[in-house]
Design a binder for this molecule. Structure first.
Ligand SMILES: C[S@@+](CC[C@H](N)C(=O)[O-])C[C@H]1O[C@@H](n2cnc3c(N)ncnc32)[C@H](O)[C@@H]1O
Length: 227
């Protein structure tokens, strides 16, 4: 008899816990994407299309990316980056996992997106304040709580003058403490969303979609604008 396949969420958490035990909080992403390339794992968050809250934002805001630059953070297999690129933005999409980047290139062979391996915690200096649009979906919450402030700060720092930041994240209610989270993921607090903002990167819109299965968690889309 063949063994039943392990649930993708359980399998990715197992890889994550092995990585965390080795004091390597991001190493499991490469292990997961690499195993998925070999057909030995499934990437649980890979939707095969752009995130619905990103598509909804595009339909409402109708951004015209002509002559503008966009950066997609923790881009995984590239579905959100492709959607952004279709709007005319010169788009850079990066991920810490070389196998994720390779998979994105394979999945979108005619893409105009520049797919790169890079670490949000140590991004290329030339990206600083360089983008008209930065899109962050579920990357910060995939990092342990102690790394989230530095990651959050780096997301905002890539937004250029007059630029927009769109953050999509799972947010927990205020009763849930950091200590109660058994990540990954480690959903953000409401203060964790506000932390993307600074004096000159202001929150201009916050939309909240409650979880149908839990009153404690909601999907949040936050839009920030730099002066
Ligand atoms: C939960 S997944 C979300 C992927 C994608 N944004 C989406 O919504 O489908 C988190 C992604 O962030 C990437 N990642 C994690 N830490 C990173 C870091 N420090 N720098 C760049 N990418 C990172 C992972 O490899 C993974 O693709």
């Amino acid at each position: 008899m063949t063994e039943p396949a392990e649930d993708p969420d359980v399998a990715s958490r197992r890889l994550a816990h092995e990585s965390l035990a080795e004091d390597d909080p991001t190493g499991w992403f490469e292990r997961l994407y690499s195993a998925a390339q070999d057909g030995e794992a499934v990437v649980p968050w890979d939707r095969g299309s752009a995130h619905p809250l990103l598509s909804d934002w595009i339909e409402t805001a109708q951004p015209d990316g002509t002559g503008k630059r966009a950066l997609v953070v923790g881009a995984g297999t590239g579905w959100d980056a492709e959607r952004i690129c279709d709007l005319g933005y010169t788009t850079t999409a990066f991920d810490i996992s070389p196998s994720a980047v390779a998979t994105a290139k394979q999945l979108h062979p005619d893409s105009k997106v520049e797919y790169r391996t890079a670490n949000l915690l140590d991004p290329p200096a030339e990206w600083h304040h360089a983008f008209d649009l930065v899109v962050e979906i579920y990357t910060v919450q995939a990092l342990p709580i102690d790394l989230q402030p530095a990651a959050t700060k780096q997301v905002g720092e890539q937004v250029g003058p007059g630029g927009t930041l769109v953050v999509i994240a799972v947010v927990r209610s205020d009763e849930v403490t950091d200590e109660q989270l058994e990540g990954p993921p480690w959903p953000l607090s409401r203060a964790g969303i506000d932390a993307f903002g600074t004096d000159d990167l202001q929150l201009i819109q916050l939309d909240r979609v409650p979880s149908p299965s839990s009153p404690t968690y909601a999907q949040v889309r936050a839009e920030f604008l730099r002066d």
